[in-house]
Ligand binder design. Structure first.
Ligand code: NAG
Ligand code: NAG
Length: 145
């Protein structure tokens, strides 16, 4: 792990320990899912927009995995404590695009959890291959830091 990642993790750790007794699910932070993929979500602005970085543990391609940028927005008008959100991952090592949508929950133990569903669009060379170009799945993320 490089120095920048360590500094980032320490900063996020300091931020999350000060926020004990969660009743509100906050997207900002470092999240890990059941496959070992992880993502950093930066601060959410007043319009609900955010950016971040996605580090996938799995790929449908044979390319070397690289950390990829994500951009999204959250909705918090009606459910300010458990907002819905969506983001797009711009894969930097393939021509694919993934969109995630989900909701940020606080579970009964007070732990934040992201329940998400995704669509992955792989690039195909020909219109006749369009039928097989999209896949769907779901992921559960928990706060790592
Ligand atoms: C984040 O995910 C990548 C890909 O699975 C993995 O190599 C890396 O160790 C993970 N980072 C942490 C801090 O878990
Ligand atoms: C999307 O990824 C490409 C290739 O890595 C990069 O050139 C571009 O700046 C990225 N766009 C955004 C909005 O992150």
């Amino acid at each position: 792990m490089d120095r920048l990642s360590i500094a980032l993790i320490l900063t996020l750790a300091a931020a999350s320990t000060s926020a004990s007794e969660q009743t509100k699910c906050v997207l900002t932070g470092f999240w890990i899912n059941e496959l070992g993929s992880n993502m950093t979500i930066n601060s959410v602005n007043s319009q609900g927009e955010f950016s971040g970085l996605y580090h996938t543990a799995v790929t449908a391609t044979k390319n070397e995995i690289k950390i990829s940028p994500l951009q999204g927005s959250q909705h918090h008008k009606n459910k300010p404590n458990q907002p819905t959100f969506g983001f797009t991952v711009n894969w930097s090592f393939s021509d694919s695009t993934t969109v995630f949508t989900g909701q940020c929950f606080v579970d009964e133990d007070g732990k934040e959890i992201l329940r998400t569903t995704w669509l992955l669009r792989q690039e195909v060379d020909d219109l006749k291959d369009d039928w097989k170009a999209t896949s769907i799945g779901s992921n559960v993320f928990t706060r790592f830091l």
